[in-house]
Design a protein around this ligand. Structure first.
Ligand SMILES: NC(=O)c1ccc[n+]([C@@H]2O[C@H](COP(=O)([O-])OP(=O)(O)OC[C@H]3O[C@@H](n4cnc5c(N)ncnc54)[C@H](O)[C@@H]3O)[C@@H](O)[C@H]2O)c1
Length: 312
């Protein structure tokens, strides 16, 4: 299927990032949100990101202005999805809301349009129940900042057709993304399950006073973070153990001691929230720089890293 016109339903953090990706790749984009002031803010944000990408040579000269010409806004879902080949929904992660929005998108979008959700914890099997054509509904989970991070996770629900998954995979590759298609859906998909496991341990180490929030992040960035852009946790054990089978022979017991000693809570204890909020607010970078400046710094560093690791 030829995808030339897309709609972004919900223009918060993720919706505007998606609009940046789509418009910078030559697609006509209509963004939709609840009111004009959110849309105005979104357009400003998209414009400034596109300018950043052009300054970093990730867009050709004049590319930012040309991309902005391809963006339209509306407060009506019906107007947004009119004539769209692909719709990316990015409203808050809540089944009632997503189902209401999918029901409307399904009624109003052309029959051939793919309806994708950016949801980060919910499953498509539940969301697509609200639609008359569930075969065209698929989960496409991005990572922030969507205009720089290559990964998108793609997973269908029980009633999603294999063609929808295949077309979405090809579409994402055409946008320069590196999609991973899951064999079956699980809440949180791959990345957010990995992040959830890591985050619980990070929170607990700070809560127990083992390390400060600043120290924990520094350990992560100078250890795992710097090593892992090239290798994942599974290739890592192959290298660390001088052979993956040897790793399990030699380290299974050592990992058991660690896992035996680690927290398994599923609801964050109030003391941990307090410790992490205090710890993060006390980080030097958070004390000295406003949020927008930290994000720009992160993006600048990511651009350099992507050039080294992915050659772009
Ligand atoms: N923030 C992240 O790091 C991240 C990463 C990947 C995926 N996601 C997922 O993306 C989705 C959006 O997250 P976000 O961070 O952009 O949230 P956000 O709160 O920044 O934006 C959500 C937007 O949806 C709009 N909205 C609410 N109800 C609406 C409706 N009925 N119709 C149209 N718009 C409506 C809100 O006005 C808001 O602008 C969620 O499902 C989230 O889980 C978030």
């Amino acid at each position: 299927m030829d995808i030339t016109k897309v709609a972004c339903v919900g223009a918060g953090l993720i919706g505007r990032d998606w609009a940046t990706v789509f418009s910078s790749r030559g697609l006509e984009v209509t963004i939709q949100d609840m009111n004009e002031s959110i849309l105005e803010d979104a357009v400003k944000g998209i414009s400034s990101t596109l300018t950043f990408l052009e300054e970093k040579d990730l867009l050709e000269a004049g590319g930012a202005g040309a991309a902005m010409e391809r963006i339209r806004t509306t407060t009506q879902i019906a107007r947004a999805v009119e004539g769209a080949d692909y719709v990316q929904e990015s409203v808050p992660d809540n089944y009632d809301l997503k189902k209401k929005v999918f029901e409307e998108m399904d009624k109003m979008a052309p029959r051939h349009a793919i309806l994708a959700s950016s949801a980060s914890g919910l499953v498509m099997t539940e969301i697509q129940k609200a639609t008359a054509v569930p075969e065209r509904c698929v989960l496409v989970h991005p990572m922030v900042p969507v205009y720089l991070i290559p990964l998108v996770e793609i997973v269908g629900g029980q009633d999603t057709s294999p063609e929808t998954v295949k077309t979405t995979d090809e579409f994402m590759k055409g946008l320069g993304k590196s999609p991973v298609v899951l064999n079956r859906e699980v809440p949180g998909y791959i990345i957010n399950r990995l992040q959830a496991a890591l985050l619980r341990e990070a929170i607990d180490l700070v809560d127990k006073g083992v390390v400060s929030a600043e120290g924990l992040d520094r350990a992560f960035c100078t250890g795992i973070g710097i090593r892992d852009p090239m290798i994942g946790p599974l290739l890592r054990v192959h290298l660390a153990g001088n052979g993956v089978d040897r790793f399990f022979q030699n380290y299974a017991k050592s990992y058991q001691y660690r896992w035996d000693n680690m927290e398994t809570w599923t609801s964050i204890p109030p003391s941990a929230v307090e410790a992490v909020v205090d710890g993060v607010n006390d980080m030097e970078i958070v004390r000295k720089k406003p949020m927008a400046e930290i994000k720009t710094w992160r993006d600048e560093m990511l651009v350099k890293l992507l050039k080294i690791v992915h050659g772009k």
